[in-house]
Design a protein around this ligand. Structure first.
Ligand SMILES: Cc1cc2nc3c(=O)[nH]c(=O)nc-3n(C[C@H](O)[C@H](O)[C@H](O)COP(=O)(O)OP(=O)(O)OC[C@H]3O[C@@H](n4cnc5c(N)ncnc54)[C@H](O)[C@@H]3O)c2cc1C
Length: 145
C-alpha cells in the first residue's frame, strides 16, 4: 500500500506551483488548486487496515522539508488515502478468464493501475465478447503461475 496526504495551502508563496518528484524517497508533491498533495510510501503486506504511522511520517517530513510552511498539515481538512498497489511476482498484471465460469480477472497492475486501466479494460472486454484483443494477452494470463 501507499498513501497520499492532501492538505490545504497555507501560504501560496511557500507551496509548490507544480509537481516535484523526490526520487530518493520516491515521493511526489503536487499542487492541486488550493491544496497540496504528497504521495508515496511503501507498506508491504496487507497490514491491519489502519494507517501505517512510519510511512505517513515519511510523507509529512518530505512535505515540510521541501515546502516548509506551505501546507496546513494539522488542519481538520487534511485527507489521507491508503491505496493498494497489488503486485504479482513477475510484475505483470493478471488479465483474463479465472477458470471459474463467468468470473474474469483484471488486477495486479501495481503502481500503474490508473495508467493501464483503460487498455486493460478494453482488452478484457474483447476477450469477454470473444473478439481478438489488439495485444497478445498470453503474458498476462492468470494461469501463468
Ligand atoms: C500512493 C499511490 C500512488 C499511485 N500512483 C499511481 C500513478 O501515478 N499512476 C498509476 O497508474 N497508478 C498509480 N497507483 C496505483 C493504482 O492506484 C492502483 O494500481 C489501482 O488503484 C488498482 O486498481 P484496482 O481497481 O485493481 O484496485 P483498487 O483501486 O485497490 O480497488 C479495489 C476496491 O475493492 C475494494 N475491496 C477490497 N476488498 C473488498 C471486499 N472484500 N469486498 C468488497 N470490496 C472490496 C476496495 O475497498 C477498493 O475500493 C498508485 C497507488 C498508490 C497507493
Amino acid at each position: 500500500h501507499g498513501y497520499t496526504v492532501s492538505a490545504p495551502v497555507r501560504e501560496d508563496s511557500h507551496a509548490p506551483q507544480g509537481s516535484v518528484i523526490d526520487p530518493l524517497h520516491r515521493i511526489t508533491i503536487t499542487r492541486q488548486g488550493q491544496r497540496v498533495r504528497v504521495s508515496g510510501g511503501a507498506e508491504i503486506g496487507h497490514g491491519n487496515g489502519s494507517h501505517h504511522a512510519p510511512t505517513l511520517q515519511t510523507l509529512y517530513l518530505a512535505l515540510s522539508g521541501w515546502f516548509p510552511g506551505g501546507a496546513l498539515t494539522s488542519s481538520p481538512q487534511v485527507q489521507v488515502w491508503r491505496g493498494a498497489r497489488p503486485t504479482l511476482t513477475d510484475g505483470a498484471p493478471a488479465i483474463g478468464a479465472s477458470g471459474v465460469s463467468g468470473l474474469w480477472i483484471n488486477t495486479g497492475h501495481g503502481a500503474c493501475g490508473w495508467a493501464q486501466a483503460c487498455g486493460s479494460a478494453r482488452a478484457l472486454a474483447d476477450l469477454i465478447a470473444q473478439r481478438s484483443p489488439a495485444i497478445d494477452l498470453q503474458p498476462f494470463a492468470p494461469q501463468r503461475f
